[in-house]
Design a protein. Sequence first.
Length: 142
Amino acid sequence: MNKLVEEFQCPGCVNGGDPCPQYKYEGGCYKRCMNHVLGTMIFPGGTIALGLPTGFCRPGFNDDGSPKDKLDVRLHAKDDTDNPPEWDRFNIAVWAMVKDGYLFVRTYAPRVNRTWVDVVEGGTLDMVPGAVNVAEFIDEMD
C-alpha cells in the first residue's frame, strides 16, 4: 500500500483493516484509495478524516444537509516530480499549511464547484502564494 494513503486516508476509514480488504489504489498525477469512506463522526459537524489535520479534515455536507462520507484527497509523493500539483485560476489554492513536512492545501475549482484536499510531501507555502496560511490561526479552530 502507498505510504501516503496509509497515513492520510486509512485512519478512520470504514473499509479499514491491515491489510485493507477494500484497498483500491489509483496512481497517476496523484495517489489515493478509491474505496476510502470516512468512518468517524463528531457532534456537531458530521464526519471527519482522522489522518488529516484540523482545517483540512472535514468533508462538508451534501445538498440535503446530511454529512458527506467521502473527502476527495489527492496525495502527491515527493518523488512524483513529473506530475506536480498545479494551482491556477481554475484550481484555486484557498487554504494552506505546512505541517510535519507536508503541505496541506484546500483547493477549489469554481467552474465545476468541486473541492479537494491536496497533500504534498515536501511542499512549501511558496507553491501556493495566494492561499491563506491556516497555521496563523489554527488554534482558533475546533
